[in-house]
Design a protein around this ligand. Structure first.
Ligand SMILES: Cc1cc2nc3c(=O)[nH]c(=O)nc-3n(C[C@H](O)[C@H](O)[C@H](O)COP(=O)(O)O)c2cc1C
Length: 247
């Protein structure tokens, strides 16, 4: 289990600082406050779409890499991982993106804004990662060279039969990856904000994105600006509202 001072019992407990959310009501605990990481339920409970980022607090390359590598453990169809990221740090680039994202200030306020890409051809033989994927499966003993043709046809049949199936393949997998990015970020003391309020055509043109990609979302990454008020938590559907049946 991940070390969490919030759940520590025994004689050491009185010497620990009180939980951050009790000593700083309305604020969000971060990773290194106690020199430890958060319990998984805290990660869920404190992930929010943060509207105000602290522009003076950078996210190091090392921390961003750690976040992305954590999220890279995301499962995907046949392990095809049809996602990519563009990392924007440069103010001019972020301002260009902000204009195409309905002027949302957080796009340039956050030290890092990601353009999340979903590869609609990420299942096909034309994508270099499908061959890598096949070779890795052979190495791991999960497939043999004689299955190459079967594997190619299976991918084409499952994901490549129509524009809609290619888009579904790309975006469902990349959606999982995006969620993992947000949870990984939170576990490292970072905050995020996913956005689909932008012109995809505009972003693709402005950032020279090849048209095999779809852009499901943008994502700000950084630290909450503690001088601002965090919006109250949003409502969620209940278990009974989520579970359905059709007859
Ligand atoms: C795919 C996606 C797109 C979103 N697009 C925007 C957006 O363009 N602008 C914005 O302010 N919030 C956007 N949001 C944030 C949601 O409004 C927010 O996640 C939701 O209200 C729940 O709030 P919470 O994340 O703080 O719990 C988006 C969220 C998701 C998952």
């Amino acid at each position: 289990m991940i070390f969490s001072p919030l759940f520590l019992k025994g004689p050491l407990k009185p010497f620990l600082p009180p939980p951050f959310f009790l000593s700083h009501p309305g604020k969000i605990p971060v990773r290194n406050l106690y020199g430890g990481t958060m319990d998984f339920s805290d990660i869920f409970a404190t992930r929010r779409a943060i509207n105000h980022f602290d522009s003076d607090r950078d996210v190091s390359d090392a921390l961003l890499r750690e976040m992305v590598e954590m999220a890279a453990t995301t499962p995907s169809s046949f392990n095809l991982q049809p996602w990519s990221l563009m990392v924007l740090r440069d103010t001019e680039e972020k301002m260009r993106l902000q204009k195409l994202a309905m002027g949302q200030v957080k796009v340039s306020e956050a030290p890092v804004t990601l353009i999340v890409l979903a590869d609609r051809k990420g299942w096909s033989d034309a994508c270099p990662f499908t061959e890598k994927n096949f070779q890795e499966m052979i190495k791991a003993g999960g497939m043999s060279e004689s299955q190459r043709d079967w594997f190619s046809k299976a991918r084409a049949k499952l994901y490549g039969t129509s524009e809609a199936s290619q888009l579904a393949f790309a975006t469902k997998n990349t959606g999982f990856f995006a969620m993992a990015l947000m949870l990984a970020a939170r576990s490292l003391g970072l905050h995020t904000h996913p956005m689909d309020g932008f012109s995809m055509e505009g972003v693709m043109e402005a950032f020279h994105i090849p048209d095999t990609y779809w852009v499901p979302l943008l994502m700000c990454v950084g630290y909450f600006n503690e001088e601002k008020e965090l919006a109250p938590p949003k409502w969620r559907k209940t278990y009974d509202e989520i579970v359905v049946r059709f007859s």
